[in-house]
Design a protein around this ligand. Structure first.
Ligand SMILES: [Zn+2]
Length: 360
């Protein structure tokens, strides 16, 4: 296990690094609160994260990327087991992981779902060889007009579908001992379809039985977000168990507020370097600043939705957070403590395995 003083925090000045390490040490020693008013935003003692190599303490997980894809077959035909050229894939992905680790990353949540490229066995090998913690998922991807939803979903009930995911949670995925660390779901545009609604309800049931967080690809579809929250409500699941994935894509940031006010997580996960007049870094900084002003800073997650091995062969990098956003945050007055909240504590709290029942 890595010691605290081994933790690389390259985004900090030397004095900032000392303060950061002191903060880490205080947090590890016991229950230190940031300040009055943020006590609820602490990582609860005993919280656990499930990685592909087993459970770790949420307080020890370090700098996180909560929404990336190490690899996927997205765009190709759906298949339960991906067929990768492992030699080529490893030659591409492993050096990239090492680079991201050298920038300060400690844990990546891999959001590639079953049926479009999830490969827990490869993830475990990459975790061992890179030294990064990696987390895989259970659940089905209901966006892309259901092309990655397995056929049996049509005839099964939400509880039957949830039972499949809970089997992976309890017994491991596909005959391995590798367990999922969250439930990954996705919904199509427009109102929730029957299939989308069924998968969200199955997710709520799986959450209640496992404590796994639900990360749902929703994007610029506030109506579908609220419909999902209504289903969670019917199943007595608190919105703090739910992540609005691709929340940065909404047209009007006010549309995020009804979900944020109820405690939902907002995943701003479209970070890429500026390109042809499009500046995602600036957009994320603006959204982040607004959420801070509105008091939802402790519910924001930051990531890239990157992909280091796609079916088209085009890499979507996941390092702009380190190379572009962090320097911008610092020059815009974000403190080391706030940066730590965003990149370490918020993801640790979001993915801690705990049943979150609706407050009665
Ligand atoms: Zn994604």
């Amino acid at each position: 296990m890595e010691t605290l003083t081994d933790a690389k925090v390259p985004f900090l000045s030397p004095s900032g690094r000392r303060r950061f390490l002191k903060t880490l040490a205080l947090t590890a020693v016991g229950g230190w609160a940031w300040s009055p008013g943020t006590a609820a935003a602490k990582i609860a003692p005993g919280s656990r994260i499930m990685t592909v190599r087993g459970e770790i303490a949420a307080r020890r997980m370090g700098f996180a990327l909560p929404h990336e894809h190490l690899m996927s077959t997205f765009g190709a035909a759906s298949s339960e087991l991906p067929r990768y050229d492992e030699v080529r894939l490893t030659a591409q992905v492993l050096p990239y992981l090492k680079r991201v680790k050298s920038l300060g990353c400690r844990i990546i949540f891999d959001c590639t779902a079953a049926y479009f490229g999830r490969d827990p066995r490869l993830l475990k090998a990459f975790s061992e060889r890179s030294g990064l913690h990696l987390v895989t998922n259970t659940g089905y991807y209901g966006a892309a007009d259901d092309r990655y939803v397995p056929v049996f979903v049509a005839s099964e009930s939400p509880s039957e579908i949830a039972a499949r995911w809970l089997d992976e949670w309890r017994n491991g995925i596909g005959g391995t001992d590798i367990r999922p660390g969250f439930v990954k779901l996705a919904v199509d545009g427009g109102d929730l379809s029957d299939t989308d609604a069924k998968l969200i309800r199955a997710g709520a049931l799986a959450h209640r039985a496992s404590g796994l967080t639900l990360a749902v690809h929703t994007g610029n579809n506030p109506q579908a977000a609220y419909q999902q929250l209504a289903i969670l409500d019917e199943e007595d699941v608190d919105p703090t168990a739910w992540i609005w994935v691709h929340a940065h894509a909404v047209e009007k940031s006010e549309d995020l507020l009804p979900a944020a006010q109820r405690g939902a997580w907002l995943s701003f996960d479209g970070l890429q370097l500026p390109d042809q007049g499009n500046d995602p870094v600036k957009k994320h900084l603006t959204l982040l600043t607004e959420m801070k002003r509105r008091g939802f800073f402790h519910q924001v997650l930051l990531s890239h939705d990157g992909n280091s091995f796609t079916s088209e062969g085009r890499l979507r990098p996941y390092d702009a957070l380190f190379t572009a956003l962090l320097p911008d945050l610092r020059s815009n007055g974000f403190t080391d403590r706030e940066i730590r909240t965003l990149t370490v504590d918020n993801p640790a709290r979001a993915f801690s395995i705990r049943v979150r029942e609706k407050a009665q």
